[in-house]
Design a protein around this ligand. Structure first.
Ligand SMILES: Cc1cc2nc3c(=O)[nH]c(=O)nc-3n(C[C@H](O)[C@H](O)[C@H](O)COP(=O)(O)OP(=O)(O)OC[C@H]3O[C@@H](n4cnc5c(N)ncnc54)[C@H](O)[C@@H]3O)c2cc1C
Length: 373
């Protein structure tokens, strides 16, 4: 059977693939978005919802710049998606804090933020280390165990599920073809000529973007690329609704638009295990109650775990095949934060045919992995 022809194939309908697919469609590129389906590991449906900048790019200022650019692109993206889909993404970017529960944590954080500022050079890195008395005015109900926090004006949060739904709705409304239950099981590559096989049929296009999260590890070698990503588990607790109490998100505590308080999130190296672990959940709750003692009075109503898509150095992987021009990969563990960059910066590069040299530090060539099939 002849493959269905498109101008671009995007593999993976999570936050990364959907943002890129929408960006390609907005560039006038006829795009098909193929997704595995409900049995897949899907970080996009289990994350914390931060649009977070302040700790991104320690030792890698290019990642700080990329993240900041994405956070800056978010307001226009959220407004555009709201206008196109009617969905409110609950975006708030009031700045954010990382709470420190001991002097040692505070000193450590201060040193880290100072280094981030030094590495930022002319790009700048606006931040403050704030002591508890001043912080209490910013965050009512702060516990006595909090000694201070780092603050930057760049941080915020949004509804990640509304984002995912809006990206999909806008993509299909703009003429994109979304095909669920279409696991890519085989593929063939030639320069600007890619074919993939799925249970929903075969597809062909001169461009392909692999954005299949953890699935990229197996897919990338088929297209002359490498994506050495591994799962890293995170657990999240959600409380019952409270009146609006938290004016800004912290790294691990945020109040959603609906009023629930989300607590998270752990970083666990347990392979593909998506079970929950009571000791980890207890530690998340303990630190949250130390930070804001009133949280202990709220009922936890939901909890889950999900798997991050993690590269060996924790940075995103953006790449293009030397051997098969037109093939690209995109992986990251901040797909909410980076949605703006993926839709508005990365996708236009793919549409134009190659990645900007400024993205070269994100290539998987930085790892000692074979790059060409
Ligand atoms: C606990 C936790 C908290 C997080 N908190 C935040 C946060 O606060 N802020 C933030 O910015 N990010 C956060 N993240 C990260 C964010 O969720 C991820 O970066 C993002 O969801 C990754 O999206 P993705 O599309 O790459 O992967 P996924 O969501 O995993 O999607 C990959 C998709 O590819 C499909 N697929 C896989 N293989 C194939 C195949 N062979 N053929 C077809 N389709 C395939 C799957 O069906 C899946 O839908 C968090 C993640 C976790 C786990």
């Amino acid at each position: 059977m002849q493959p269905r022809p498109f101008e671009a194939i995007v593999v993976g309908g999570g936050l990364v693939g959907a943002a890129i697919a929408l960006g390609l469609t907005d560039q006038g590129v006829a795009t098909v978005l193929l997704d595995e389906g409900d049995i897949a590991h899907r970080a996009s449906r289990g994350n914390f919802g931060l649009v977070w900048v302040q700790s991104k790019g320690f030792g890698a200022p290019w990642y700080q710049r990329w993240t900041r650019g994405s956070a800056e692109a978010w307001p226009a993206l959220a407004a555009d998606l709201a206008a196109r889909t009617g969905l409110d993404l609950a975006l708030h970017q009031p700045g954010g804090v990382h709470l420190c529960l001991s002097e040692a944590e505070f000193e450590d954080r201060a040193a880290k933020m100072a280094r981030m500022q030094a590495e930022a050079g002319n790009h700048g890195f606006d931040h403050r280390m704030i002591r508890a008395p001043e912080l209490r005015d910013m965050l009512p109900g702060l516990g006595p165990a909090v000694v201070g926090a780092s603050w930057t004006p760049y941080d915020g949060h949004a509804s990640p599920l509304a984002l995912l739904q809006a990206l999909h709705r806008a993509f299909t409304a703009a003429g994109g073809a979304y095909i669920p239950d279409a696991t890519v099981t085989a593929g063939s590559a030639a320069p600007h000529d890619f074919r993939v096989e799925t249970a929903a049929g075969a597809f062909a296009a001169p461009r392909i973007v692999l954005a299949a999260g953890l699935g990229n590890a197996d897919l990338a070698p088929l297209f002359g690329l490498a994506a050495p990503v591994r799962p890293q588990r995170g657990q999240i607790l959600v409380t019952e609704r409270a009146r609006p109490v938290l004016p800004m998100p912290t790294t691990t505590i945020r109040q959603t638009g609906e009023g629930t308080i989300m607590l998270g999130d752990s970083m666990e190296e347990v392979g593909f295990d998506t079970s929950q672990s009571p000791p980890v959940m207890a530690e998340i709750a303990r630190r949250a109650a130390l930070s804001f003692p009133w949280i202990a009075d709220l009922q936890v109503i939901r909890a889950w775990s999900a798997l991050r898509v993690m590269a060996p150095d924790g940075l995103p992987i953006y790449d293009q095949s030397d051997r098969f021009p037109g093939a690209f990969t995109a992986n990251c563990h901040s797909g909410v934060t980076l949605a703006g960059a993926h839709a508005r910066i990365f996708a236009p590069m793919v549409a134009a045919g190659s990645l900007d040299p400024s993205l070269a530090p994100f290539s998987a060539k930085r790892f000692d992995v074979p790059h060409a099939a």
